[in-house]
Design a protein around this ligand. Structure first.
Ligand SMILES: [Fe+2]
Length: 254
């Protein structure tokens, strides 16, 4: 399996503290069936900077350590970019790192409590530059939880989304689990990823989430999410289903 969002690079953010912990996380990821992992440290989120060149260097070093320790996992450099007015000057300064060499997909983080007024404009401007933002864990955003229509509009505009595996299996509570389900049912989710920060409470629960999705929606839905991670890794076009507005009632129960 491919995980497109995690905090495994040592000592750069609120994820792994040091190389020892990163190697332990890597072992857990392998045990959980993950073969490729995008290391996506926080960027511009008030506390952490983590510019592109630094992340690439650190990913190289982590891959070397993984080889030395015979851990069969490949790290790909990435970044979780907090939405910010300065995002475009960061892009110009080449501080921003997309998930692929073609500069196509970018993990975009909203503040947890709200959706800033300039969000739609940032998405629009990124799309104009050929960059498709993947909004991470929209199911945990307080404003989107109460305003589903806004999420529909962001996806309709061209943004993609990534649901966190822990949300699907209930690790963040019932309301976040329930909203995750609604997002999937309305074709507003394009990826599932762990957003792993450690080997404890924020670990690699990708397989459990896929099992839940298979149980509720069938194996095809799991294949859809897995295939998108494969396509992203290979730099190919993703499968994007037509978003469904929030009207209909669905029967699936998590
Ligand atoms: Fe994250």
């Amino acid at each position: 399996m491919i995980d497109i969002h995690c905090h495994i690079l040592p000592g750069v953010d609120d994820g792994s503290a040091d190389m020892k912990e990163s190697l332990n996380m890597a072992r857990k990821a392998v045990e959980a069936g993950i073969t490729h992992l995008f290391a996506t440290p926080h960027h511009l989120n008030e506390k952490y900077v983590n510019v592109k060149s630094d992340i690439i260097d650190r990913a190289v070093r982590l891959n070397e350590s993984l080889q030395q320790n015979n851990i069969p996992l490949t790290i790909h450099p990435g970044q979780e970019v907090r939405i910010h007015r300065d995002i475009f000057s960061s892009l110009e300064k080449e501080e921003i790192l997309t998930l692929d060499d073609n500069v196509t997909y970018l993990l975009l983080e909203l503040p947890s409590g709200r959706v800033p007024a300039y969000t739609q404009e940032v998405i629009y401007e990124l799309l104009l530059k050929g960059i498709t933002p993947i909004i991470v864990h929209p199911e945990r955003n307080k404003e989107l939880i109460t305003n589903h229509k806004l999420l529909f509009e962001l996806v309709q505009e061209g943004a993609l989304t990534q649901i966190t595996s822990g949300s699907i299996i209930g690790n963040f509570g019932k309301s976040i689990q329930s909203f995750s389900k609604k997002i999937i049912e309305h074709n507003l989710a394009h990826f599932i990823a762990t957003d792993a920060h450690n080997i404890g409470s924020r670990g690699f629960t990708l397989q459990q989430a896929y099992e839940k999705i298979t149980k509720v929606y069938g194996i095809e839905r799991t294949f859809y999410f897995k295939e998108n991670t494969e396509l992203l890794l290979q730099g190919l076009s993703l499968i994007i289903e037509k978003p469904v507005p929030f009207k209909k009632k669905f029967m699936g129960i998590f």
